[in-house]
Design a protein. Structure first.
Lengths: 606, 261
């Protein structure tokens, strides 16, 4: 079959798109299985968004509290996800994450230690026991650097600063992918027997986000347009604590570790407002006095956690409520105070700097605030999407044969809300599974030919923006979309506002058809944004349509017009799929039934 | 330095700053001037993005996390190697143009983006981590915090390559083929000082990595955004190990009869 000229062609058994924690772990696993592996990163190797993860990775190793085990972790994860999680994935995750942590140590990771010389674990929201293996507040950097430094010796071929434009299929199966390199703007075709999506999140669809420029939902969109299903897209996590000032850093994450180390939230009246509103499901686990909360932070096994360590969805809504009620901080947030612990411990300043070095520097350098003596101002920021590609819980394969997914781009583990610390463990547990099963698939199946007509069509699609030098500015459309999503599909949602959001998204889709670019193909950010926009529009539509369809408040979704949980809505997940006529269809699918033994664990842990 | 409470809706005093940005590629280029309206709290990267969005859609700049954690947006600001995302406008001289140019120790790709692939090739040549057998039945090891403090300091590195950019051995003498630069001398030190590691990289440091070229001017330490003691804590101890191994006859003789590590 003839191939169009001007394309650079590569061939691998398994191709991984994304080089954060999940992508690298998948690539390592597939390489170890003896197949050829390619890894495409949107940035330079080692710069992926995983690097931003701060608090730690959850694994029930019981190093700090020996009452912890995989059953408790499983129950915590399901409770946090409001039982919309895929229990099979939650089981894999709870059982396998301790091994994945120890494996990182065997590859050179250096976690903080307990007094006995074991891996230290810290408290986090929604986890019953101290469970997060960590390195100060730069755990993500440790994870990605460890995987990177180990991975480069495993034989994988790495393609840096390249972006995938579409998945290529043949006879219903994955055949490869089409993309371009940022450096020269050349088109590339990767032929592959199996493709693993590990592209991370979608935060850039919102104005205030902790995500970097890469979080444009590429994998979500690629999968959707290739016929895969997107599940649980209505569940977008707004992290309660992002920076709010100065304006240029609004949204940058302030780790939950600050609260894990004793940080408290106060409003403008100085009140610890989190004590006012404790959900029933957690009442038995939450401290009733400030003193008890502090004892918990210090490791007292008889004390309950402070209410600041409730799940993220809840804390974010409480902060939102304080701000709206006029009890916020000067720049529109609330106060987060870690400096107060100097009343409790000697050398508090040095302790804070050692436990939270990145936070110390971040506030000192970017906001001129010394967190060892002053309060921080924080507010909710778009952080994580629980929804993503629907996959088989054991193999991570989507409904498109040969297409696998792992990490944030996947749905299932976290249900309606993710617990802090469950993301880094998600990456390595399911990165490994995806790598293993993609390699198996590649060994069991012959390659299928890529279709030159598909390649030409997709290439023309992204190149025609150069023919419209006076067309719409892609950045202007991006900003308009971010405003619409932030203002109309944010922390508090209503049908009326979301209907309006859909109208705006349709308008933006029309404007998008007229996007124009000036300049050249080499490292041209305008061009790249024009391509990312397609993904952001698809993702935004799926979030909005799913959120409309779920007429209840559960986990990360809060509907002002349906403020309570509904029993009916607890029985299904929502799937977004591209219909034959090109429109987006939303349908319900019953939640994955829980095995009796897993059900018994949930009952036991109630 | 408390933040003065202010009305979030009031427009902070904004001024216009002239940005001189190097634009070009491997064949050459020149500075171009862009006026930018700067308001309170902005960093250099914000200004570059504003230029990109409003005046030059095709201005090439590499960035990612915008929080000093990924090390992508390295550049030379008023001649100083810095991260654009962590350089606040308030820290630069008032009323003067701000010059932004790419890292000069690496080949230009376009505008502010340079080809740093050499660094990735260098890393791959360094012998990887090789741990001793696990101490415990579950495959884990016992390590005390005080034994890993130093290695953790080195592992804070975000690979921004500012240290590589400023090192005169690379920048002025172009010894890229014979010298791995401060980043990778420190990377080697982190492996050598890792309590579990059993590999030996001392001969490589002397013979292949060019550690002798470093004459301890500490320029790398000065520009490190993570404030890592690159010279004092990593390079000098490695130089001492090289000396011990190759230039001290007594130690060398003594070591012949001692088990490795």
């Amino acid at each position: 079959m003839s191939f169009p000229d001007g394309f650079i062609v590569h061939e691998h058994d398994v191709l991984v798109i994304g080089a954060g924690g999940a992508g690298l772990r998948a690539a390592i696993e597939a390489s170890g299985a003896g197949v050829t592996v390619g890894v495409i990163c949107k940035s330079l190797l080692g710069k992926a968004h995983t690097v931003m993860a701060e608090g730690g990775m959850a694994a029930a190793m019981g190093n700090v509290d020996d009452r912890d085990n995989w059953e408790v972790h499983f129950a915590d994860t399901m409770r946090g996800g409001q039982y919309l999680n895929n229990p099979i994935m939650a089981e894999h995750h709870a059982k396998e994450s301790p091994d994945r942590v120890r494996e990182l140590e065997s590859w050179g990771a250096v976690f903080d230690r307990t007094k006995e010389g074991k891996i230290l674990q810290r408290n986090f929201g929604g986890h019953r026991y101290p469970r997060l293996a960590h390195v100060g507040d730069r755990t993500g950097l440790e994870l990605i650097r460890t995987l990177q430094d180990h991975g480069i010796h495993q034989g994988m071929e790495v393609f840096m600063e390249m972006t995938v434009v579409s998945l290529l299929k043949s006879g219903g199966r994955i055949a490869g992918v089409l993309g371009y390199d940022r450096e020269r703007g050349r088109m590339h075709v990767w032929k592959a027997k199996a493709v693993i999506l590990a592209t991370g999140g979608i935060g850039k669809s919102f104005r205030i986000t902790s995500n970097s420029w890469e979080g444009t939902g590429d994998g979500h969109s690629l999968a959707y347009h290739a016929g895969a299903e997107l599940m649980d897209m209505e569940f977008v996590q707004f992290h309660p604590t992002g920076m709010v000032w100065p304006p240029s850093v609004r949204g940058i994450l302030v780790t939950e570790g600050v609260r894990g180390e004793g940080g408290v939230l106060r409003n403008s009246e100085g009140k610890r407002f989190m004590f006012d509103d404790v959900p029933d499901a957690y009442r038995a686990q939450v401290a009733t006095t400030e003193d008890e909360g502090w004892k918990y932070v210090c490791g007292d096994k008889n004390a309950n956690r402070p209410p600041e360590l409730l799940t993220r969805d809840h804390v974010a809504r409480c902060i939102n409520r304080e701000i709206k009620a006029g009890r916020g901080s000067p720049h529109g947030g609330v106060f987060l105070d870690i400096a107060w612990i100097k009343e409790k411990i000697p050398n508090a300043s040095a302790h804070i700097q050692r436990k939270l070095p990145s936070m110390y520097h971040q506030f000192k350098q970017l906001a001129g605030v010394d967190i060892t003596t002053e309060r921080m101002e924080v507010g909710p920021t778009t952080h994580y999407v629980m929804g993503g590609v629907a996959v088989d819980g054991d193999t991570q394969e989507s409904c498109v044969p040969g297409l696998f997914a792992a990490g944030e781009v996947t749905a299932g583990l976290h249900g309606a809300n993710r617990l802090g610390g469950n993301s880094l463990s998600d990456l390595v547990v399911f990165g490994k599974l995806a790598g293993e099963h993609a390699a198996k698939f590649a060994k069991a199946n012959r390659a299928v030919e890529v279709d030159p007509a598909q390649i030409n069509e997709h290439t023309q699609e992204i190149e025609k923006v150069f023919d419209r030098p006076t067309g719409e500015n892609p950045f202007a459309i991006q900003y308009a979309l971010q405003d619409a999503m932030q203002d109309l599909v944010g922390i508090v949602r209503t049908e009326k506002e979301m209907e309006l959001a859909l109208v705006k998204i349709e308008e933006l889709k029309k404007r998008y058809k007229n996007v124009g670019i000036t300049g050249h193909r080499e490292y041209n950010p305008g061009w790249h944004t024009s391509i990312d926009l397609n993904c952001m529009l698809t993702v935004s539509e799926s979030i909005t349509r799913s959120a409309l369809e779920r007429k209840e408040s559960r986990g990360a979704q809060f509907r002002d017009d349906y403020p309570d949980k509904s029993a009916e809505c607890s029985t299904f997940n929502l799937l977004a799929k591209k219909a034959p006529d090109g429109t987006m269809e939303i349908r319900r699918r019953p939640v994955v039934a829980m095995r009796p033994d897993l059900k018994a664990i949930i009952e036991k842990m109630k | 330095m408390p933040t003065a409470p202010s009305n979030p809706h009031s427009q902070e005093a904004s001024t216009t700053v002239q940005f001189r940005i190097w634009r070009g590629d491997s064949t050459g280029g020149a500075f171009q001037t862009y006026p930018v309206v700067v308001s309170e709290g902005m960093v250099v990267l914000d200004c570059v993005h504003r230029i990109q969005a409003e005046q030059a859609n095709d201005l090439a700049v590499r960035w990612n996390c915008k929080a000093g954690k990924c090390g992508s947006c390295s550049a030379e600001i008023n001649g100083q190697p810095k991260l654009m995302c962590m350089t606040r406008m308030e820290t630069l001289p008032v009323g003067q143009p701000v010059t932004v140019e790419p890292l000069r120790s690496f080949p230009s790709i376009r505008d502010l983006v340079t080809d740093v692939s050499w660094n990735f090739r260098v890393k791959k040549k360094i012998k990887p981590f090789k741990p001793r057998k696990p101490d415990n039945a579950d495959g884990s090891w016992t390590m005390m915090q005080e034994d890993v403090d130093r290695v953790q300091e080195f592992r804070k590195c975000i690979e921004c390559f500012l240290c590589q950019d400023v090192c005169h051995v690379l920048r002025d003498h172009h010894k890229h083929d014979e010298f791995i630069g401060p980043r990778f001398l420190m990377y080697t030190a982190a492996l050598e000082m890792h309590p579990l590691d059993t590999e030996d990289r001392i001969a490589d440091l002397k013979n292949n990595d060019g550690i002798g070229y470093c004459n301890i001017t500490k320029c790398c330490t000065k520009v490190c955004p993570e404030h890592i003691g690159i010279t004092d804590n990593a390079i000098i101890p490695m130089k001492e190990r090289v000396v011990d191994e190759f230039y001290d006859p007594m130690t060398r003789l003594f070591r012949m009869f001692k088990p490795k590590k």
